[in-house]
Design a binder for this molecule. Structure first.
Ligand SMILES: CC(C)(COP(=O)(O)OP(=O)(O)OC[C@H]1O[C@@H](n2cnc3c(N)ncnc32)[C@H](O)[C@@H]1OP(=O)(O)O)[C@@H](O)C(=O)NCCC(=O)NCCS
Length: 165
């Protein structure tokens, strides 16, 4: 692979970012429940987390869980995924539990992930966001992304934003 791997843990002023482990299963279930109204079972959550841990080293990019420094409370995740984009120019992704919204955590974590992405040797990141998602656009704006183009899928418009690293 022509890129250096992303680290498995990072620290910011207020947050610890680290790879998923099985103790995140309850937090993961809550996150999916808030998003979709349907919680995965504990076994399904553990299986998902196992998959994420196993695939991370080979791919070199991954999602990291977020915690307040010095605490064990799962807040959500932030990281890089192929998503709708590519391994060379991956997508920035983030999702936080509702109870953690509004403190600047997504912006703080995303800024650290952008720095980590630059350190891998990549030169461009994308983000794809549904047109209605104002908080997500605001996070992207705060860390320097600009809107580039819009595509449409069966659920509606997807706005592509780009950041040259
Ligand atoms: C998007 C998300 C990660 C933001 O997390 P967060 O930690 O609250 O984000 P931050 O506090 O860093 O920044 C949010 C910004 O959006 C602003 N904002 C919040 N609601 C808003 C709204 N309805 N309209 C416009 N701006 C809004 C906030 O004021 C803040 O901007 P500011 O710092 O200029 O005041 C969170 O809302 C989330 O998890 N949503 C569900 C999952 C999701 O949509 N993920 C992104 C998929 S592409």
């Amino acid at each position: 692979m022509p890129y250096r791997p992303m680290p498995f843990s990072l620290e910011t002023e207020r947050l610890t970012l680290r790879l998923w482990d099985e103790t995140d299963a309850a937090g993961y279930r809550a996150l999916v429940g808030e998003r979709s109204g349907e919680m995965p079972t504990l076994d399904e959550a553990r299986e998902e987390i196992r998959g994420a841990r196993e695939s991370a080293p080979g791919r070199g990019i991954h999602l990291l869980t977020l915690r307040r420094r010095g605490t064990d409370d799962f807040l959500g995740y932030c990281g890089l995924v192929i998503g709708r984009a590519t391994i060379d120019e991956p997508e920035l992704a983030y999702e936080l539990l509702r109870s953690a919204h509004g403190h600047g955590y997504a912006t703080e974590a995303a800024a650290a992930i952008v720095d980590a992405a630059r350190d891998t040797g990549r030169t461009r990141l994308w983000s794809t966001v549904r047109a209605w998602n104002a908080p997500s656009f605001r996070v992207l704006e705060k860390i320097g992304f600009r809107r580039d183009h819009t595509t449409t899928d069966e659920h509606g418009d997807v706005v592509w934003s780009v950041l040259d690293l």
